[in-house]
Design a binder for this molecule. Structure first.
Ligand SMILES: *Cc1c(COP(=O)(O)O)cnc(C)c1O
Length: 372
């Protein structure tokens, strides 16, 4: 293990272990291993925290995204084959959900200052076939504006949040997951709130969508042995629901630990070869799922990080349109910012559980000395 590990999940979960043990025991002794009170309670608690009318626990974040899109298609709210605007530098799962639902991703080059979908000028990408905007709060940075809300409302587009990376973040005091028509959460173990395995959720104020997602995730059935849809089995496991009920109340505290590390990096890494992420700007928060720097000398930088025992990762080395499975989606060179980011980005350790502010100061001191 490097001196400064990128992320060590055992360390992340260590403070919760006594309570997790009780939660797992509770499920184990309950005799109820699918659905039940743990899942229902988790859904109620997530909806309350997010400020939405409904939360539906599902198997993972990708399934949360695809169930939202397939739900809207089943309801007739999104036409089959409709276009969905999405950022070109997102994690591939965002795009997998769009194509899985039989929809067409329209990839937009990110705003270089936020690394998120540009909030101005989105109208340029809207066509008569546009049905939705898939907005990703990438790296934990809230990406939202009144103009985005207005454009979606005026053009009749569903505004969907991929909130896999920004749980607990606020915009004007409103939580991510409540900023659009529907939102997908992931509780993959490395996310800011992680389960002990795969887990996810959908939040929405739309009662019809919530019921459709719930049915689709349960073989397409809301009444036993009556199948409204050709559905799936994408239910949230009660063991993971019980785990998440332990961790969810600490989302603010976990995010605060990340913020403290980010503040050290932002104020103490001074190096012309390392471009820092933009500090959050009011009214949107940043919960620092990743701390992503950019360097034209990435290979030398990662070698330097290795030599100094600093863990790192790359989010993400290949944008979706250059993946083998998406040949033909967009030609190489047509999304220059996404492509440049994939070549130049490096993620530094940011989990406040594994990286103390003292560690962050030591890492910043080392990085000030980086020369290729
Ligand atoms: C993690 C992630 C997903 C997928 O979530 P899983 O639970 O891993 O399926 C989707 N979108 C983004 C932006 C993510 O970071």
């Amino acid at each position: 293990m490097p001196r400064f590990p990128f992320l060590d999940l055992a360390t992340v979960n260590a403070p919760f272990l006594p309570e997790l043990q009780q939660a797992l025991w509770r499920v184990g002794s309950s005799g109820r291993y699918v659905g039940g009170v743990e899942v229902e309670s988790f859904e109620r608690e997530l909806a309350q925290m997010t400020g939405t009318r409904h939360a539906v626990g599902v198997s993972n974040g990708l399934d949360a995204l695809r169930l939202i899109l397939r739900g809207y298609v089943a309801m007739g709210a999104i036409p089959a084959g409709g276009e969905v605007i999405a950022p070109a530098n997102t994690y591939v799962a965002t795009i997998l959900a769009i194509t899985d639902a039989g929809l067409r991703p329209v990839l937009v080059d990110p705003d270089p200052s936020t690394m998120n979908l540009p909030l101005e000028g989105l109208e340029r990408y809207i066509t008569p076939r546009t049905a939705a905007v898939m907005n990703v709060h990438l790296y934990g940075r809230v990406n939202h504006s009144e103009s985005l809300e207005r454009v979606c409302r005026e053009r009749g587009l569903k505004l969907i949040e991929d909130n896999a990376q920004a749980i607990g973040a606020r915009w004007h005091g409103r939580m991510t997951g409540s900023l659009g028509d529907a939102a997908a959460f992931s509780f993959y173990p490395t996310k800011n709130i992680g389960a002990l395995g795969d887990a996810g959720a959908v939040t929405t104020d739309d009662t019809h969508l919530a019921a459709t997602v719930r049915a689709l995730a349960n073989y397409g059935s809301s009444r036993r042995y009556v199948n409204l849809y050709q559905g799936f089995n994408c239910r949230l496991d009660p063991l993971q629901a019980a785990v998440l009920r332990v961790k969810l109340p600490f989302a603010d505290r976990e995010n605060e630990l990340r913020r403290a590390v980010a503040e050290v990096y932002l104020s103490q890494i001074h190096n012309p070869l390392i471009r820092l992420p933009q500090a959050p700007s009011e009214p949107g928060e940043h919960v620092w799922h990743q701390f992503v720097v950019q360097s034209p000398e990435r290979e030398a930088l990662t070698a330097f990080l290795d030599a100094n025992g600093i863990g790192w990762d790359i989010h993400y080395p290949t944008p979706p349109h250059l993946q083998p499975c998406y040949r033909g989606l967009a030609a190489a060179g047509t999304l220059p910012e996404a492509e440049r980011l994939s070549q130049e980005c490096v993620s530094l350790p940011i989990s406040g559980r594994c990286t103390t502010t003292a560690d962050a100061r030591a890492i910043a001191t080392l990085l000030r000395r980086f020369r290729p």
